[in-house]
Design a protein around this ligand. Structure first.
Ligand SMILES: *[C@@H]1O[C@H](CO)[C@@H](O)[C@H](O)[C@H]1NC(C)=O
Ligand SMILES: *[C@@H]1O[C@H](CO)[C@@H](O)[C@H](O)[C@H]1NC(C)=O
Ligand SMILES: *[C@@H]1O[C@H](CO)[C@@H](O)[C@H](O)[C@H]1NC(C)=O
Length: 275
């Protein structure tokens, strides 16, 4: 009798050890602990634990979008995004299938800005996220680290020595070190482009895709001026709120796909980097 009860127990321990080993392996990719909301769980139905990944194919593909979650930061909120998903039709309540609904500001999490964001006449003319150029949003890209002690000014831009011809740049800043996208409270002290930095980029580089690691490409103090400089030509696309933790600087292929939201000046966007 005793051995019969031990056997399933041993199995359970084995399964638990398996899942613990697994979560250690996924932590090796160095994502903040707050991220692992569902790792390390130990259950008898181990095969029903979904695998959530940041890196695919042995380090070839990096997911640089943030997972949408209630406690992610939202513009101007000290409380985070909050509930954005509901399940109005559920199998538990007798429906044939589960059907959820979502409601969230289009500039939430990893997202893209269309020209209509800060130019009302562009908005009225229909320059929405559906008109953004997928050739700009997809192609070779440079991931660079910017100096940690300043916002992105003209001087900083100049010092980065980004060669002409580079069309897509993801700027990793102090925001990533501070883990700002992992903090629920919106923080106005994030690093972004000052107006002169944006102007320098427009006038002296061929960059058309600007990626940043917090909710706005523009520093808070130059919020509208920097956006105006970037979006005036309608050639530059801003991708904001990227997850650049733990990725080596260098050249990748970036792939970003916004939703085709007609009439929207912003959209959640899924971005990946491929080595
Ligand atoms: C269906 O909805 C129930 C809640 O009613 C939820 O617990 C379950 O996980 C959902 N199933 C799927 C497949 O999403
Ligand atoms: C099921 O319906 C009840 C009553 O309308 C509601 O309170 C409950 O939240 C629903 N459950 C789910 C999982 O949708
Ligand atoms: C960047 O600018 C913000 C205000 O927009 C400021 O609070 C922050 O301290 C600056 N960061 C650095 C590193 O200078």
């Amino acid at each position: 009798m005793a051995t019969r009860t031990i056997a399933p127990l041993t199995l359970l321990i084995f399964l638990c050890t398996e899942s613990i080993t697994f979560s250690v392996v996924s932590l090796a990719y160095a994502y903040p602990p707050s991220y692992g909301d569902d790792s390390g769980s130990c259950s008898l139905r181990d095969d029903l634990v979904p695998v959530r990944r940041e890196v695919y194919d042995d380090g070839r593909i990096f997911d640089i979008s943030h997972r949408y979650r209630e406690e992610m930061p939202a513009w101007g909120s000290s409380d985070g995004l909050g509930q954005f998903l509901w399940l109005p039709k559920s199998m538990k309540n007798g429906s044939l299938a589960n059907n959820s609904e979502m409601k969230l500001p289009t500039h939430t999490g990893t997202h893209v800005d269309a020209p209509g964001h800060v130019y009302d006449h562009y908005f009225d003319a229909g320059f929405d996220v559906d008109t953004l150029d997928l050739a700009v949003l997809n192609g070779p890209a440079l991931l660079v680290d910017v100096p940690r002690d300043k916002n992105i000014t003209a001087e900083v831009m100049k010092s980065l020595n980004i060669p002409r011809g580079v069309r897509r740049v993801l700027f990793r800043t102090l925001n990533t070190d501070r883990g700002l996208m992992w903090k629920k409270e919106f923080d106005t002290s994030y690093v972004g482009f000052m107006k002169d930095g944006a102007k320098w980029l427009v006038e002296n580089t061929d960059i058309k895709l600007v990626g940043v690691d917090y909710l706005s490409a523009a520093a808070y103090d130059d919020l509208i001026p920097s956006h105006l400089v970037f979006l005036e030509s309608r050639e530059i696309i801003l991708v904001e709120g990227l997850k650049l933790d733990g990725i080596q600087p260098g050249i990748y292929s970036v792939h970003c796909l916004p939703l085709r939201l007609r009439g929207a000046e912003g959209s959640p966007i899924r971005c990946i980097l491929i080595k």
